[in-house]
Design a protein around this ligand. Sequence first.
Ligand code: HEM
Length: 281
Amino acid sequence: MSNTLDASGAGSDTPNLDFAGTTPYEDYVQADVLTHLQHLRSDDPGEMVFLVTTQVMELWFTVIVHEWETAAKALREDRVPVAMDALKRSLRELEALNASWRPLAQLTPAQFNSYRGALGEGSGFQSAMYRRMEFLLGEKSASMLVPHRGAPRVHAELEKALHEPSLYDEVLRLLARRGLPVPQSVLDRDLSRRYEASPEVEAVWTALYEDPDAHPDLHRLGEALTDVAELVWRWRNDHLVATRRAMGAKTGTGGSAGVSWLEKRAQKNVFPELWTARSHV
Ligand code: HEM
């Protein structure tokens, strides 16, 4: 450790100022890299917060994918408390992710138009990390790999995620190992396809919710997953409302119908049987 010097050079208990190379903070955080990735494409002063909010969300997507992959692995190894810890962390992270809508939530069409042209055909729809989140939630689709053909690393990561069990697949496998009647067809499903709700799985959750004491850890797992699903639903809906305010019914930069396309996406329920089972308890 170097000497502790204050700005006047006197020894004191103030922080170190003297480093031979870059600061240890920089070596760890790479703040210099991170804060020079804001390559603006217009003269509009409002573009900066649009770009940085998008980058911040990408970082949160990355953390959340890490948590859900940790949870999926722990479930595979029957380590439910480790999975619960990761899921609980992801809840606080999803709240922080959702709070980052605030700076963009009230964009007017004129404000958005000031830099919309600079985005070209760029759209969050092309976010590979968001797609990995969706895959982990069971919303698999091979066609979502197509936009990433030109980026080998991203494409390979997405392809791997497409064929791996989702977080929900791991949950259902755990329920089966614990003796609950999850149908074999669900356990053997083609993992690269979107998860489709099953009446038998709904019955399994109904039983777990009717008698929480029978499998208290699985009941708590169900509630943590419901919290995840609710916060993902909130992200989708906050995005939808921000989009509706910023561009009405115009088509998206990514080429979709815009709000009407997002409405359909936002209607889907994550972990569907955890919601429908509630009607039967
Ligand atoms: C208020 C500004 C925004 C508007 C007007 C907007 C608009 C849109 C539209 C119209 C779509 C549909 C695809 C298309 O045609 O482009 C879309 C998709 C998407 N946007 Fe945004 N967006 C905004 C901000 C953001 C931000 C900050 C993020 C953060 C990364 C984001 C992430 C996404 C994602 C992940 C999708 C794909 C959703 C899915 O696959 O279901 N958007 N956006």
